[in-house]
Design a protein around this ligand. Structure first.
Ligand code: UD1
Length: 340
């Protein structure tokens, strides 16, 4: 398959892995990012891994003129729109910033696409749109709800794009609902590099292992789960990247149509299971305390991944041992992330 794909938020965690997967699948990539939550060093790493130059522009997706200009200077066949703020707690403190960036950015990208005639779009959504899941594993048909401004921006983004597809059926749009991405490229050269204290479990564990944090706080030991800790569907970021390639192949096929799909493994693992798997993979002992539940957390959340398998022929292949080994390799080789 060939064509040129624009990645917004291109130097972020999931996008950088997707960039490599797209190259490997034969696509050309144009990346855009404003580095508000990522490092230019990612581009050097990608160039090393891909043995080719990155085509990249620094711009803010909310800048409509900059987005329109991108489409006049590059022949873009499809867009994967990753660029967004993603911290749930921060979104509660700064809702306007989240709505402006996540909704404003999506609108300016979609307007620039429409003006240039490029109408093939993959949107980064999240399992957060299921709110408190009513059924497990969660199918795409489950009820949708928001539990934070961040979650609201994802649900509004999905609704906006669904309306756009109704108004103009020549759009081909994939709404991809990610579960919990973890892991890193098996080279150890690219991975997740959170700024400040990590909000998510895996980067916190790896920072404890490398000695940057003393102990993990396990949020809640009294959930209705096998060991009392929260259960999530962890998916290797390289599998997730492959899901984007499969989504683009589907959309760009002559008979391709818009769709919504979960990207998860279908398997749930508890916090303590992940800690143990990480200890095995790394040989490190992870000190932890079980503390109060984190407000807004649910007991269990894992995908029914069958639609992606049936529609896209895609399924995740890496298990939590591989996720832990690759997260550890990345953290160990880059204790300070891309600042090393
Ligand atoms: C979180 C967001 C979700 C977002 C996703 C992005 C919340 C409530 N949800 O998902 O909307 O799409 O990140 O990656 O923030 N945990 C600990 N100790 C920690 C960190 C986490 O015990 O220091 C536990 C949590 O309680 C949970 C599990 O680990 O049971 C996973 O947490 P996390 O990695 O933050 O992901 P989610 O909460 O599932």
């Amino acid at each position: 398959m060939s064509g040129t794909v624009l990645l917004t938020g291109a130097t972020g965690y999931i996008a950088s892995h997707t960039w490599l997967a797209l190259w490997a699948a034969g696509f050309d990539v144009v990346g855009v990012d404003d580095f508000s939550n990522s490092s230019p060093e990612v581009l050097h790493r990608l160039q090393r891994l891909g043995d080719r130059a990155c085509v990249f522009e620094r711009a803010d997706v909310c800048d409509g003129a900059a987005m329109r200009s991108l489409f006049t200077r590059h022949a873009i066949d499809a867009v994967v729109h990753f660029a967004a703020f993603k911290a749930v707690g921060e979104s509660c403190a700064k809702p306007l910033a989240y709505y402006r960036n996540n909704i404003g950015g999506l609108i300016s990208v979609a307007e620039a696409m429409g003006a240039s005639g490029c109408k093939t779009l993959v949107f980064s959504s999240s399992a957060t749109v299921y709110g408190v899941p009513e059924v497990l594993p969660i199918p795409e048909s489950a009820a949708l709800a928001t539990t934070s401004p961040y979650g609201a921006t994802k649900l509004i983004g999905e609704n906006l794009l669904t309306d756009l597809g109704h108004a103009d059926p020549s759009w081909r749009i994939a709404l991809l609902r990610y579960f919990n991405p973890v892991g890193a490229h098996d080279s150890g050269l690219i991975g997740e590099d959170p700024r400040g204290t990590p909000n998510n479990l895996m980067p916190y564990i790896t920072q404890v292992a490398v000695g940057k944090r003393e102990r993990l706080q396990v949020f809640g030991g009294d959930y209705d789960t096998p060991d009392g800790t929260g259960v999530r569907d962890y998916i290797h970021v390289s599998d997730l990247a492959g899901g984007h390639v499969a989504a683009l192949r589907h959309l760009m096929h002559p008979s391709g149509r818009s769709f919504t799909a979960n990207l998860g493994t279908g398997r749930g693992h508890s916090v303590l299971e992940l800690v143990r798997a990480f200890e095995q993979a790394s040989g490190c002992h992870i000190l932890y305390d079980i503390v109060a539940r984190r407000p807004g957390d649910v007991a269990s959340c894992y995908a029914d991944p069958s639609r992606a398998r049936q529609l896209l022929g895609w399924q995740a292949s890496r298990d939590i041992a591989a996720m832990c080994a690759d997260s550890w390799r990345w953290q160990q080789s880059n204790p300070n992330g891309y600042n090393d």
